[in-house]
Structures are given as C-alpha cells and as structure tokens.
Design a protein around this ligand. Structure first.
Ligand SMILES: C[S@@+](CC[C@H](N)C(=O)[O-])C[C@H]1O[C@@H](n2cnc3c(N)ncnc32)[C@H](O)[C@@H]1O
Length: 277
C-alpha cells in the first residue's frame, strides 16, 4: 500500500499542477516530507489525509488505492473463482503480432491493462517481455500469479481499477483486450493522455474496445459500469501517432452460455518521436 499511496500522491499532485514545495506549504510541512511520501520512504500521518485529499481533489479511498468491496465492480470476480480458466490459457492472436512488431531483442516493458486471468500477460512474460499487469478482480490477480508460477515466469501483477489507475513510469507497450469499455466516456481523454505520456518513443499501444452498433443487442452480462465506444473513437486519440493496424470487426460470443454478438474496434498505434505534420 505504501508504494501505491506514494504513486498516487505524486500523480495527483502533478495533475493539479503543484510542486512538492507547494503541496508541502499548503499542508504546513517541509517539502522533504512530501518527497519522502512520494519515494515511499514514509507515509502521511492519518490526521493529514482529509487535507491532503482536499488539496489533491481526490477521495481518500482513491488516494489509498482502495477499491470498494461494497459493490461488485465486475461480474468477473465471481466468474474467476473456479479452478478453470474462463478465458482459457491460449493467448489472444494479436499477441503474436506484437511479437513480430516489437520482439524483445532489447528490454521491453509491457503493461497488460485488465489482464483477467493472465493468459496474455503470461504469454508475453514467457516470450521475454518484462510484464506488469493489473485487473480489478482479486480472483483474476490470483489466477494470473498462479498461471505465471505454473509457467515458470514472473509477472508483476496487482489489483487496480482502470478508472483510478494512472501511469507514473514509462512502458514500451500498453496492451489491453476487452477492458476499455470500463472507462466512462468522460474520463477517456485524460486517461489516454496519461497512457500516451508514459509510453516511450517508438512504443506501442495494442488496444481493442467494444463499440456500440444499432444492429447488435446489448450483451447478456448485466454490467452497469460498462460503456461502449463509438466507431472511430479509439483512433481519434491517436491522430499524432502512427497507426500500424486498425480494424472494426463483428464476432460471435458465447460468454455466459448465451450466444450473442459483439462489435469491436482493434488498433495498434506507435508513438513516433519525429512526426512531420
Ligand atoms: C473481457 S475480460 C478480458 C480479460 C483479459 N484482458 C483477456 O482478454 O483475457 C474483461 C476484464 O476486465 C476486468 N475489469 C472490469 N472492470 C475493470 C476495471 N474497472 N478496472 C480494471 N479491470 C476491470 C475484468 O475483471 C475482466 O478481467
């Protein structure tokens, strides 16, 4: 928790445009105190949390990286509790495309956003990538760890909510499959700015997102926190990147045991440092 808190203080302070000194002054502290929090050397005293959360304009829950246990954030918490791997252990086919586009011939840091039970994260680790992954479910995090251990690889995996989580270190590849619809439309611009900012030059985003189509019925899973994307919306975040691949597909799905269809926008975008507009 200390590290999560340290990351959050640093991220939200920067988002509010405050220096360590300015934050410290507001709280009547020395800037060294703030610096120590952000380096995870110490934690703020509990009595400071209300003032800290007010100044950073973020709830204490969010600051502490606490995901509420009161509401089921996703139906997958229950689904993943069985021994079987609901999504199987075979990686998504786009993983092989990543392997071709950016093989780990040098140190490549990859983040799997909403890793589920870990089939893709473990595939990447097995192939030599330095993999970090998160999911909002405890069960998914545990199963990812288990699959990594069984495969004999290491994945740094933890629990986080995509809505609250912000990057504060750089990655070469951000990967996410079947998850981005959990970001409310209002938050997408800010979250994608953060993702783009913390991607190394030449790095890639390998993403897909469910898109709404008038001819496709809503999925059988009742997910009150899910919001379809619009056609083209994903690409619109990458006008200043090189689009390596992009498609919109409709496919059959049998999750929940009820046959239905999804429309999905798929994209691989690369951050080019030398762009001539
Ligand atoms: C369709 S599954 C995809 C899982 C994995 N990416 C895969 O392809 O196997 C969607 C995943 O998003 C996760 N999820 C749902 N809401 C989330 C949130 N707010 N933050 C992070 N992950 C979330 C679910 O727990 C689930 O694992």
């Amino acid at each position: 928790m200390k590290e999560q808190l340290a990351r959050n203080i640093s991220t939200y302070r920067k988002e509010r445009g405050l220096t360590q000194e300015e934050l410290a002054q507001t709280l009547g502290l020395s800037f060294q105190a703030v610096s120590k929090w952000e380096n995870a050397q110490t934690m703020p005293d509990i009595s400071l949390l209300p003032a800290l959360s007010r100044t950073l304009q973020v709830s204490v829950d969010k600051l502490l990286g606490y995901v509420s246990q009161d509401k089921p954030v996703t139906v997958y918490e229950e689904t993943y509790k069985t021994q079987e791997y609901y999504w199987g252990t075979v990686p998504n086919e786009v993983c092989y495309q990543v392997l071709q586009l950016m093989p780990p011939t040098k140190h490549v840091k990859l983040l799997d956003i909403g890793c589920g039970e870990g089939k893709d994260a473990v595939f990447f680790a097995r192939n030599g990538y330095d993999v970090t992954a998160f999911d909002v479910t405890d069960a998914g995090v545990e199963k990812t760890k288990k699959l990594a251990a069984q495969t004999g690889v290491h994945v740094h995996v933890f629990k986080a909510d995509i809505v609250d989580y912000r990057l504060d270190t750089h990655f070469d590849i951000l990967f996410s499959s079947g998850v981005l619809h959990y970001i409310k439309p209002d938050f997408r611009q800010e979250i994608f700015e953060n993702y783009k900012q913390f991607t190394n030059p030449g790095g890639m985003h390998v993403f897909n997102a469910f898109v709404g189509k008038p001819f496709i019925a809503p999925p059988p899973e009742n997910e009150p926190y899910a919001f379809n994307w619009y056609s083209g919306e994903l690409l619109a975040h990458y006008r200043d990147w090189y689009i390596r691949d992009s498609a919109e597909i409709v496919f059959d799905c049998n999750s929940s045991g009820i046959p239905h269809q999804h429309a999905m926008s798929k994209m691989i975008a690369q951050k080019i440092s030398d762009i001539r507009v």
